[in-house]
Each structure stands twice: as C-alpha cells, then as structure tokens.
Design a protein around this ligand. Structure first.
Ligand SMILES: *[C@@H]1O[C@H](CO)[C@@H](O)[C@H](O)[C@H]1NC(C)=O
Ligand SMILES: *[C@@H]1O[C@H](CO)[C@@H](O)[C@H](O)[C@H]1NC(C)=O
Ligand SMILES: *[C@@H]1O[C@H](CO)[C@@H](O)[C@H](O)[C@H]1NC(C)=O
Ligand SMILES: *[C@@H]1O[C@H](CO)[C@@H](O)[C@H](O)[C@H]1NC(C)=O
Ligand SMILES: *[C@@H]1O[C@H](CO)[C@@H](O)[C@H](O)[C@H]1NC(C)=O
Ligand SMILES: *[C@@H]1O[C@H](CO)[C@@H](O)[C@H](O)[C@H]1NC(C)=O
Ligand SMILES: *[C@@H]1O[C@H](CO)[C@@H](O)[C@H](O)[C@H]1NC(C)=O
Ligand SMILES: *[C@@H]1O[C@H](CO)[C@@H](O)[C@H](O)[C@H]1NC(C)=O
Length: 315
C-alpha cells in the first residue's frame, strides 16, 4: 500500500511560435515588483519538465498582461521534476508561498494577486493556497496549512489546469471530469476561506490521466489541451476578476464574473485580445510536445522516469 506506482504526464513547453515583444507599459518578469493601480501581479507555476519560466500557461498570463495595464508577473522557481514528484511539488509550494508572502509584505492590499498553474504547477498553486493535504503525500507540517484569510483575500483570481489534486466536488471546477485526480485533495473546505472559491477556476476534463484518473494513452491529449480549450475563457475570467477586485475591494467573492463552467460571456471588452499587436491568447498557433513517463512513488521515491512516448500536438 505504501508502494504506489503512477504514471505522470509531462509537458515540454516549447512554445516556439509564441514570442512577443512586451507592449509598452506592461512589465513581465518583475520579481515581485508591485503592479500599478488597475493592474495585478501574476505568479505562475509551470508544469512538470517544462523549462524554467512560465511554461505553456504563460500564454494566458501574457494575454492578461496585454489587457490589464500596470500588471506584472513572475514565475515560481522550482524543480518541476517527475522522478521526485513529492519533493519537487513540495519545493514548489515553499517557493510559491515565499513569492506570495514577499508580495503581500511589499505591495499595497489594494493591488490584487493572481495565481496560475498547470499540471504539477496547478497542484503547487492549490497547495500553496489551502495547504498540502492530499492523498498519497506524507504529511509535511511546513506546508500543510492554508494561507491566512488576510492573504487569501488579496487574490483576484486563481486559474489551475490539470491539477493532480483535483476532486470532483470542487465548486469551482470547469470541465467534464467525473473522477478525482491522482492525489485527491482531502478537504476542499479551505477554499471557502475569505470567499476564495468564487475566485478560482480549476479546469479538468474527462479522461485526463492526472486530474481525472483517466487512461494515460488515450487521455494524454486531454491533459495537454487546456490552454487551447480554455485559455481564452480563463483569460477573460482573470481580466474580469481583476476589474471586480478594483470595483469591490479586496473581498470580491460572490459577485461579478465567476459564471461557473459556462465560459466567459461577460467579458466587458468583448473578445479576447485580438486586434492590437501581439495577441498571446490560446488561439495563437503553438506547438508543444508532451512525453509520457512513469515514476514510482514510495516514501522516498525511486526515480524511474521512463520516457514512454512522445505526442506532438500542432495547433
Ligand atoms: C513575458 O516573458 C516571457 C518570457 O519570460 C516572454 O516570452 C513574453 O513574451 C513576455 N510577455 C510580455 C507580455 O511581456
Ligand atoms: C517539507 O517540504 C519541504 C519542501 O520540499 C522540505 O524541504 C522538507 O524536508 C519537507 N519536510 C518533511 C518532513 O518532509
Ligand atoms: C469533455 O469536454 C471536452 C472539452 O469540451 C470535450 O472535447 C469532450 O468531448 C468532453 N468529453 C465528454 C466525455 O463529454
Ligand atoms: C470532497 O471530496 C473529497 C475526496 O473525495 C472528500 O475527501 C471530501 O470530504 C469531499 N468534501 C469536501 C467538502 O471536501
Ligand atoms: C487505455 O486505453 C488503451 C487504448 O484504448 C487500452 O488498450 C488500455 O487497456 C487502456 N488502459 C486502461 C488502464 O484502461
Ligand atoms: C451582487 O450583484 C447584484 C447585482 O448584479 C446585486 O444585486 C447584489 O446585491 C450583489 N451582491 C453582493 C453580495 O454584492
Ligand atoms: C460589485 O459589487 C456591487 C454590489 O456591492 C455589485 O452590484 C456589482 O455588480 C459588483 N461588481 C463586480 C464587477 O463584481
Ligand atoms: C475597452 O475597449 C475600449 C474600446 O473598445 C478601449 O478604449 C478601452 O481601453 C478598453 N478597456 C480595457 C480595460 O481594455
């Protein structure tokens, strides 16, 4: 029972086609510089095995930067490995919480935070917010507690895609997953602190091998496809949530734009950031590859990391 073997998808985020010059007035790698009034600070955790940086979900971040002037972003520096998943993910939680705390110490409470994470980075984001309390993970008292309400109230939006700690009873689930993830979260109640749940979207579809315990060979494209499937919707959600944060102060929870599941009908400025210059939405042609891998997870993890196949998606 302690020996659990699992397969894990990995993403190599080679967004070869998506290089854009930063628009004037938009800052990006800011190392927790504060946004200016009207903007948000976005912290991003990449997926397993992606090169250090923002990873595939970075295109959603870029789209938000382009649409919300004064915004800033930084990424979590963490291993994002598979062969030592527990420790990698845990290091990610520590690192992300440091960034969050540095930000809340440094920047005014009137300036909102946004989190984004994909796959392992989605779990890093969720665990950072509500504590690492998930099945198959040994208890780690240094990271198992939720952030205080005073910190949670500073988030305008959280976007996670393909979260291995997904559970189907999350009220903020978007998609048609019907099964829990590989490491189901033991309790989603902490998401209700400070009304956080209304500001979160967790994208997970049926047969995703990681967030929905689907079939690795047939479901991998589902796991790899969330930015294409939902990126534009996630972008609108974040943009609207930032506006709502400014309209309604730091505890915008119930109201506004969190229409569950059905997408983004309420983008106040219509469509996503087409038009002006560099569109970085998910409609941008992007190619990436993912590789199936296996790892064994014991108390101490024996790295196996057998690359089992490569799937290339050209969109
Ligand atoms: C943000 O930085 C990434 C690389 O770190 C770059 O690819 C992207 O174009 C930048 N986006 C903006 C809007 O500055
Ligand atoms: C908890 O996680 C941190 C970050 O990975 C790690 O440094 C520490 O050793 C872990 N503690 C335990 C008891 O596993
Ligand atoms: C789940 O949703 C995805 C994305 O909309 C869709 O492609 C897929 O066909 C759906 N699967 C099922 C079983 O409904
Ligand atoms: C949600 O699902 C998880 C996993 O199945 C379960 O442990 C938990 O009790 C459920 N309810 C809440 C409110 O978390
Ligand atoms: C996954 O799907 C493949 C192809 O349909 C099938 O051969 C295999 O038995 C499935 N694996 C599981 C665990 O269901
Ligand atoms: C939510 O918005 C509606 C109008 O859209 C308003 O009637 C209601 O009072 C608001 N509720 C809260 C809690 O702000
Ligand atoms: C802000 O809150 C007011 C009520 O307090 C509500 O009418 C309005 O719709 C909210 N706006 C947004 C963008 O959430
Ligand atoms: C919304 O669109 C209008 C014109 O279509 C533009 O002037 C305005 O700057 C936009 N606002 C935002 C926040 O994008």
């Amino acid at each position: 029972m302690m020996m659990k073997t699992l397969s894990t998808a990995v993403l190599f985020g080679s967004l070869a086609c998506a290089q854009f010059a930063p628009p004037a007035g938009v800052s990006n790698v800011s190392s927790s510089d504060c946004p200016t009034n009207g903007g948000a600070h976005i912290i991003v955790a990449r997926a397993s095995l992606e090169a250090p940086g923002y990873g595939i979900i970075g295109s959603v971040k870029d789209a938000v930067l382009n649409r919300v002037p004064g915004s800033t972003a930084e990424f979590v520096t963490y291993p994002a490995t598979l062969d030592d998943y527990f420790n990698s993910e845990s290091d990610g939680v520590l690192a992300m919480k440091k960034l969050i705390n540095a930000y809340t110490d440094k920047c005014s409470a009137s300036l909102p935070l946004v989190l984004m994470g994909y796959s392992q980075g989605a779990q890093v984001s969720a665990d950072s917010l509500v504590g690492q309390q998930v099945a198959a993970f040994p208890d780690n008292s240094s990271i198992n507690q939720p952030l205080p309400a005073s910190t949670l109230s500073r988030f305008a939006a959280v976007v996670i895609m393909g979260d291995p700690s997904f559970v189907t009873n999350e009220t903020f689930h978007v998609g048609n997953a019907t099964r829990n993830g590989l490491f189901p979260r033991k309790d989603v109640a902490n998401f209700n602190t400070a009304g956080l749940a209304a500001r979160v979207k967790s994208y997970c579809d049926f047969n995703d091998p990681y967030c929905a315990s689907g079939n690795l060979s047939t479901g991998l494209p589902v796991h790899l496809g969330y930015v294409q499937e939902y990126g534009s919707q996630a972008e609108d959600f974040v943009v609207n949530q930032i506006k709502a944060f400014y309209s309604n102060g730091t505890s915008t929870s119930s109201n506004g734009t969190s229409s569950s599941g059905s997408g983004s009908s309420t983008s106040s400025n219509g469509t996503s950031s087409g038009g002006s210059g560099s569109s970085t939405t998910s409609s941008t042609p992007a190619a990436y590859t993912g590789t199936a891998s296996t790892m064994s997870a014991v108390g101490k993890i024996a790295p196996i990391a057998v690359l089992a196949g490569v799937i290339a998606l050209a969109m």
